[in-house]
Design a protein around this ligand. Structure first.
Ligand code: HEM
Length: 127
């Protein structure tokens, strides 16, 4: 990990973020609690996640250019996100980081940057 570069560059730029998103949604889709929350056609979600994470990790601001202000918590309000689901989302991301060969300390750094938003998106108590 080069601390002078963005997370985006450390992950390998566009290709690295693509790899991560692909690995992540393969896990999300077969996850018993998370899978059913997503639309059957996952491709548009994957594209938006690629655009969002690129900008969130310090790369090109693709999401804002195409969709305006992210307002990510608001965009998740129709999804029932419990504290447990936020953890499960982060677990899938951890597995995807491992699977795509992202090494420590970058792996933990990426997860710690995503943990804040994931918990912030919680919009209903434990079921
Ligand atoms: C906390 C657990 C989370 C759950 C259960 C969850 C679930 C979902 C679901 C079901 C969708 C698809 C909504 C639809 O198409 O109707 C979605 C979209 C999306 N999620 Fe999440 N999400 C979570 C956390 C996050 C986090 C932490 C991020 C990024 C930091 C994120 C980024 C996105 C993006 C960029 C989209 C596409 C938004 C759009 O339609 O423009 N999500 N999420």
């Amino acid at each position: 990990m080069n601390p002078n570069d963005s997370i985006y560059d450390n992950l390998g730029g566009s290709e690295g973020v693509h790899r991560l998103v692909e690995s992540f949604y393969a896990k999300v889709q077969i996850h018993p609690q998370l899978g059913p929350l997503f639309p059957a056609d996952i491709t548009p979600v994957m594209e938006k996640q690629y655009q969002f994470l690129s900008q969130f990790f310090g790369g090109p601001a693709l999401y804002s250019e195409l969709h305006g202000h992210p307002m990510m918590r608001a965009r998740h309000m129709h999804v029932p996100i419990t504290p447990e689901r936020a953890e499960e989302w982060l677990d899938c991301m951890k597995e995807a980081l491992e699977e795509t060969g992202v090494e420590e300390p970058l792996r933990s750094f990426v997860l710690s940057r995503l943990a804040g938003p994931a918990h912030h998106f919680v919009n209903m108590p434990q079921e």
